[in-house]
Design a protein around this ligand. Structure first.
Ligand SMILES: NC(=O)c1ccc[n+]([C@@H]2O[C@H](COP(=O)([O-])OP(=O)(O)OC[C@H]3O[C@@H](n4cnc5c(N)ncnc54)[C@H](OP(=O)(O)O)[C@@H]3O)[C@@H](O)[C@H]2O)c1
Length: 341
């Protein structure tokens, strides 16, 4: 039996987990299967999952376009909230029954998941499991890109006040997190792009100073106007091909471009020039969070939590939830994400 006093939880041998027919396919090819409950290593915690979240990376993985890192489970799902069900012998921070949330290399679309203790955080009392489940992937990715790579400071608000940041796909999970982290850090000018009026309004509510509809306006021309020709100091891009030239037009002297995806394609348009990279002394860095080492992720999560944990507990950092669905409706959740809803 489950007993919170004796810290024992019944753990079944089998669980429900989302699989894809023949390993890759459409949203409709996902189905709930009976699979083994994962076993844990000494540094891992087994969590009974109460909520997970959908990320663009999941839809790419499902299509067979995002190879799973070596050793990771084939079950999708990069984040979770739940309760600790059992602990590896080296784990000391949590006890059975604690509410936790965290980052995964995979395995979130299931009833149980094994996760490194260092990738887990305690769910603040004021925060629901559903909200907590939507925090890790977006916030950790955005923090890594803007702060660890992009050079925004967690402490020097005066330096941040002089920075101008351009974050594309402003209403995406990563960008809604990034906008709020920039605001929290006191970044001087936050500019976003998005494809609809509703999305632009939402980014402004979250703290963007300027929101540009990339379908109706030339975002590079608007950025030049907003920054008085100086260009931005940090630019976060997931679009790639179709934004390449405009991104180089929008970046300022000594600016940093962080590439996290290529939703419009990875191949540069014919005639692309690298001259602005040299003339503006631009640093371009690509990054993937998922393939980082366990220790890197542990350090990153710790740094983010020290900077932003209190604000999240206080409800000052929001997780934007488009819709809540049961795991059995996972196909519909992928359909909505792929329709850019
Ligand atoms: N490298 C990493 O470590 C890492 C980690 C996490 C996520 N990512 C990447 O970050 C990106 C955002 O992820 P997410 O889960 O937050 O995404 P999301 O919530 O699904 O949002 C993505 C948004 O991008 C916009 N978009 C899609 N195709 C576009 C195109 N061709 N041109 C312009 N805009 C386009 C759409 O918004 P509009 O309606 O405004 O067009 C869409 O809603 C994805 O590319 C994902 O793979 C990378």
């Amino acid at each position: 039996a489950n007993c919170s006093e004796c810290l024992i939880m019944d753990i079944p041998e089998k669980m429900q987990g989302v699989m894809v027919k023949n390993g890759a396919g459409t949203a409709q090819d996902m189905f709930l299967d009976s699979v083994d409950v994962p076993s844990i290593t000494p540094s891992q915690i087994l969590v009974k999952i109460s909520a997970t979240a959908i990320n663009r990376a999941d839809t790419l993985q499902r299509q067979g376009k995002y190879p799973v890192p070596a050793g990771a489970t084939k079950i999708m799902g990069l984040e979770f909230a739940g309760t600790v069900a059992s602990l590896g012998s080296e784990c000391s921070k949590y006890k059975v029954g604690d509410r936790v949330f965290g980052l995964l290399g995979g395995g979130g679309y299931a009833e149980y998941v094994a996760v490194e203790e260092g990738h887990v955080l305690p769910i603040p009392d004021e925060v629901t499991d559903v909200t907590a489940a939507g925090f890790p992937e977006g916030y950790i990715t955005a923090f890594q890109a803007l702060f660890w790579i992009g050079g925004i400071s967690t402490t020097d608000r005066d330096a941040n006040a002089k920075k101008m940041v351009l974050i594309h796909a402003g209403a995406s999970g990563v960008s809604t997190s990034g906008i709020q982290l920039c605001k929290l850090a006191g970044v001087g000018t936050i500019i976003t792009t998005a494809g609809s009026k509703e999305k632009l309004e939402m980014t402004k509510k979250l703290g963007a100073d300027f929101a540009i509809n990339y379908k109706e306006e030339d975002f590079a021309a608007r950025v030049a106007e907003i920054t008085e020709g100086k260009g931005v100091s940090v630019l976060i891009d997931y679009i790639g091909q179709s934004y390449w030239k405009k991104n180089l037009d929008s970046i300022g002297l000594d600016g940093k471009i962080v590439i996290l995806g290529f939703l419009s394609g990875p191949v540069l348009p014919e005639g692309s020039s690298i001259a602005p990279i040299l003339r503006k002394r631009v640093t371009i860095t690509g990054s993937t969070l998922r393939s980082r080492s366990d220790q890197y992720k542990t350090d990153l999560i710790k740094d983010l939590w020290e900077f932003a944990g209190k604000a999240f507990s206080h409800g000052c950092l929001r997780v934007i939830i488009h819709k809540e669905l049961p795991l059995s409706e996972v196909c519909e959740s992928h359909r909505m994400m792929e329709a850019n809803e």
